[in-house]
Ligand binder design. Structure first.
Ligand code: PRP
Length: 187
């Protein structure tokens, strides 16, 4: 892996950099409105690694007093896809007891990761837990295990990369979201 990103690997741009910026401003305004008058601390949690771009942009767009925390998770092989059990590889550094938690996630597919995380975090006694997902993957005939409270956009059931989303750890730093050409991952 070296050199420049090959933008020809992208079959189609779903959301341009400008469209992402616009949507983040709207989401930020929505969250600002909902949380401006809440009592108590707000903790915005980034679910690594995919949410990192979204988290950084959203935190600035919200313009609220908040704590920024990071959580790393990993699945046991591919087990998470079926069981929803995830392992915490890096926990947040603060107590969330009595605080308002907002989980920032890049994409919701089966919803199993978030469903597990919400239950786990609720066990720590927060005042509230809400989810903001930048994207939901629309899978025909499938309902996600959990519905986010705030959603940036819907994407088709294809291989999506960019703005934090990867294929084999690549393409996360694309400033836009796009569909990866099948030829790239079936090589
Ligand atoms: C992706 C994404 C979510 C999860 C969604 O993470 O960031 O955490 O999958 O899938 P689900 O709704 O089916 O549970 P991934 O495991 O690819 O890790 P990454 O964020 O480090 O890329």
């Amino acid at each position: 892996m070296k050199g420049l990103i090959n933008h020809d690997d992208i079959a189609k741009v779903l959301l341009s950099e400008e469209q992402i910026k616009q949507r983040i401003l709207e989401l930020g305004a929505e969250l600002r409105r909902d949380y401006a008058n809440v009592e108590g601390e707000i903790v915005l949690i980034c679910i690594l690694k995919g949410a990192v771009m979204f988290f950084a942009d959203l935190a600035r767009a919200m313009d609220l007093n908040l704590q920024m925390e990071f959580m790393g998770i990993s699945s046991y092989g591919n087990e998470r896809r079926t069981s929803g059990i995830v392992r915490i590889t890096k926990d947040i550094d603060t107590s969330i007891t009595g605080k308002h938690v907002i989980i920032a996630e890049d994409i919701l597919d089966s919803g199993l990761t978030l469903s597990y995380l919400v239950k786990m975090l609720e066990g720590r006694g927060p005042n509230s837990v809400r989810i903001v997902a930048f994207a939901i993957k629309d899978i025909p005939g499938h309902t996600p295990a959990i519905q986010p409270d705030y959603v940036g956009t819907h994407v088709p059931n294809e291989f999506i990369v960019g703005y934090g989303l990867d294929y084999a750890e690549r393409y996360r730093n694309l400033p836009y979201i796009g569909v990866l050409k099948p030829g790239v991952y079936t090589k």
